[in-house]
Design a protein around this ligand. Structure first.
Ligand code: RIB
Ligand code: CA
Length: 325
């Protein structure tokens, strides 16, 4: 699929943000990657696949295909955990299609996965980093990140911030009435992350349901004359079909791109420091993120909870970054 020489020459800026991305593509993960892979602001150290929307065999192939489409074969790609810490894997082909990035062509790109396990890659990167150096974007279940923190808790200080897509409070759940999918799949993993004492910026359904795609917004991306934008438009048209019916809306919420949009333009979001705990014991409310938004407890604040966004600025940023491929 690579049509041009690799693009890494563009990314030799200074003062770049050292970044690791952990994801489970998924069409919305793919759009997040399209933004990140064209951002000179980032020193992207690697992309790690986790099982989530579709099994690991699919998500690890999808990160290869997406990097190839973007001509970013310079970014090391890794495979991570194939199931949640304790629970069995539940996937979401009903939302994302069999491949996870339907309707894109599935093929074997030249770019291969690194031989090293994704968890070991993250541990090695933190080992060689300074304190508060590495930003982690996580847009799937937190299984890989929690495994890192459990195996090497002494390295958590090297993590500058964790920018995650997951959780829900005022919006309710999307996989059960109480829980958002990423957290529902591996609530024990999020519990470990919430207790690790690192800065967490959480983009749950409360904010992602405010960035809904629409035919007009997809048309603006479709009008861009490059293969990445066309792949984005193809995936959006597929991704919209399920959620637009479920929510009786014009389009689907663009969950995962909120993470990278925050890193690129934080001022478009409204965040509030809150205490957050996750339900582990009740089957009815498993994975519920109890965000103490109104400060009714004296629990310590452990997340910055995103609760509002300028949707026009979000889609302008997304479209701008897709136009530049
Ligand atoms: O609930 C939405 C989240 O679950 C998104 O990250 C989507 O890609 C799926 O992983
Ligand atoms: Ca995802």
């Amino acid at each position: 699929m690579s049509l041009k020489a690799p693009r890494q020459a563009k990314f030799k800026a200074i003062n770049k943000m050292p970044l690791i991305i952990d994801c489970d593509p998924g069409q919305d993960d793919a759009l997040m990657l399209f933004m990140a892979l064209n951002a000179p602001e980032f020193d992207l150290r690697g992309i790690v696949a986790v099982a989530g929307n579709v099994p690991l065999a699919a998500t690890e192939l999808n990160i290869r295909i997406l990097a190839d489409i973007c001509n970013r074969t310079d970014v090391p790609l890794y495979s991570g955990c194939e199931k949640p810490l304790q629970r069995s894997l539940i996937t979401a082909e009903y939302v994302h299609g069999k491949t996870g990035i339907d309707p894109l062509e599935i093929y074997q790109p030249q770019v291969q996965l690194q031989a090293q396990h994704g968890v070991d890659f993250i541990i090695d990167t933190l080992t060689n980093a300074a304190d508060n150096e590495i930003t982690i974007v996580a847009t799937g279940p937190m299984t890989n990140i929690a495994t890192v923190l459990s195996r090497a808790p002494q390295l958590s200080v090297r993590i500058k911030q964790i920018v995650m897509m997951g959780g829900a409070m005022f919006e309710g759940g999307n996989v059960t009435p109480s829980a958002e999918f990423n957290v529902y799949l591996d609530p024990e993993a999020l519990d470990i992350v919430l207790k690790a004492g690192r800065p967490i910026y959480a983009f749950g359904l409360d904010v992602t349901h405010k960035v809904m795609s629409s035919p007009k917004r997809v048309a603006a991306i479709r009008a861009l004359d490059n293969p990445v934008a066309q792949a984005a438009a193809d995936m959006l048209e597929f991704f919209d079909r399920y959620d637009s019916q479920k929510y009786a809306s014009e389009g689907a919420p663009l969950h995962d791109p909120c993470t990278v949009a925050f890193l690129l333009q934080p001022e478009m979001f409204k965040m509030k420091a809150c205490a957050c705990q996750v339900e582990l014991n009740s089957e009815l409310t498993r994975g519920h993120t109890a965000v103490d938004f109104w400060q009714v407890t004296d629990q310590p604040h452990n997340i910055h909870w995103a609760h509002d966004v300028n949707a026009e600025e979000f889609f302008t940023l997304l479209t701008d970054r897709l136009s530049d491929y």
